[in-house]
Design a protein around this ligand. Sequence first.
Ligand code: HAM
Length: 420
Amino acid sequence: MYKAPRGTSDILPEDSEYWKYVTDKAIAVGQLYNYQPLETPVFEDAQLFTRSTAEGTDIVDKEMYVFTDRGGQNLTLKAEGTAPTCRAYLEHGMFNLPQPVKLYYITSFFRYERPQAGRYRQHHQCGFEAIGDADPLLDAEVIDLSQHFLRSLGITEFSIRLNSIGCRQCQPNYIKTLREYYSQQEAALCADCQVRLLKNPLRLLDCKKKDCKQIADVAPKITDYLCSDCQAHFERVQHYLTTLEIPFTLNHRLVRGLDYYSRTVFELETLNEKSQSALGGGGRYDNLVEQLGGRPTPAVGFATGIERLILNIQQTGISIPARSAPVAFIAHLGDAAKLAAIKLSSRLRAAGIPVVLATGTKSLRAQLRQANSFSTSYTIIIGEQELSTENVVLRDMKAQKQTLVTQANIAEILLQKQSH
Ligand code: HAM
C-alpha cells in the first residue's frame, strides 16, 4: 500500500470545511486591506531562495527540495512566499504601478523538516506582502491585518511579539558585539549554536535549548544598537500600534528564521499550544528586491500557517459553518422511473438545487436509508404510478410526511422551501 510521503497529508472532505473557512477569511481580509491575489509556480530557480534566504539559515542549508530538471536547470519546490512575490514584482514591472503594491497568496510550501504536530514537509500559508513603501505606518498596518485575520477566524488567545533587527548600517556593529559576547560562552553552546556563531550569529538568540536560552536572555540587545533612523522607525511602528490599540510585547530575542529581514520583525504566538506556537510571522525586508536585481525597494509582509490555524481552531473548539447537505435524494422504482429520475436530476441541478440521484435497482426502504445517510431534507420518489400521472412523491425526511406534487412544479417548490 502506498502512503502519502512523510510530513505531507491529504486534505480530506471532512477537513475541507476548515480549509474553506480559513481561506475565505484570508480572501476577505485581502479585500478589506486592498491586497490583490498572486499565484506563483510551485517550483522556482533554486538560486532565488539561496540568494534571498541565504546560507546559514535552516531553510537553505537543510530544508530545500532541490532538483535538476531534464533540461539541467537547478530548481527547488518553493520554500516560502516572499522571494517568489518579489521575483514576480520585478519580472512583471510592478515597480511601475502606484506603490506600495499589495499582494496576497494562499499556497503550499515545501521544507524538509522533522515532521511533528504543526510542522510538516508540505504546509500551506496565507501570506500578505506590501512592496514599495518605507513608511512605518505600513509595518503597523500589516501587523493590524495579521491580528484582524486571526480574530476574524475566532482566534483571540495569541500575543504579538515585536522587535527591530536594524539595517545594513547598524546591524554589523551589533553582530560584532554579539559575536564577542558569545565567543566567551562558546564552550557552553549547543553544537548548532557553535555553527551559528560562525555562520549566522543573529540566530543564536533564537535557540530553543535551555542553556543557550539562558545565555541569549542576557545577551546584548539589538535595540540598544539601532542607528537613529532605525530607532525612529521602530518608535513610529510602536506608536501606530498603540494608536490602533493593538497590544504587543517587545522581545529582543526575536530574529526570525529567514535572512532577508531588516528593521521590524514580529510573530503571532498562540497562548494555547506550547510546541509549535508560531501561528504566523513577518516583518520588513527592505533589501530583498534589490538583492534580486531590482532598485532599492522597501517592503513589509506577513504569512500565517494554515495547518496551524486549523489545529488552533479545532483545539479551542471554535465552531465553523457546517457543510450544507444536498437538498434532495431522488429515489426511483423501475426502469421507466429511473429514466424520469435522471431527467429530473438534470432539471433540478440546472435550477441550482443540489441533489443526489439513486443508482442501481434498490428497494424503496434501502433507498430511503441511503437518503438518510446523505442527510438530505427531502426524498423525491418516482414509482410507476407517479410516472403515469406525471407526479412525484415529495417526502420531508425530518417530519416523515409525504405529499404528491406535479413534476412540473417540483423545482419551484424546492427553491421556495430552501429559501425559508
Ligand atoms: P515563516 O515564519 O517561515 O515565514 O512561515 C510563516 C508561518 O508558516 C509560520 O509562522 C508557521 O505558522 C507556518 N509554517 C512554517 N513552516 C511550517 C511547517 N513546516 N509546517 C507547518 N507550518 C509551517 C515565512 O515563510 C515568511 N515568508 C513570512 C513573511 C511574509 N515575511 C514577510 N512576508
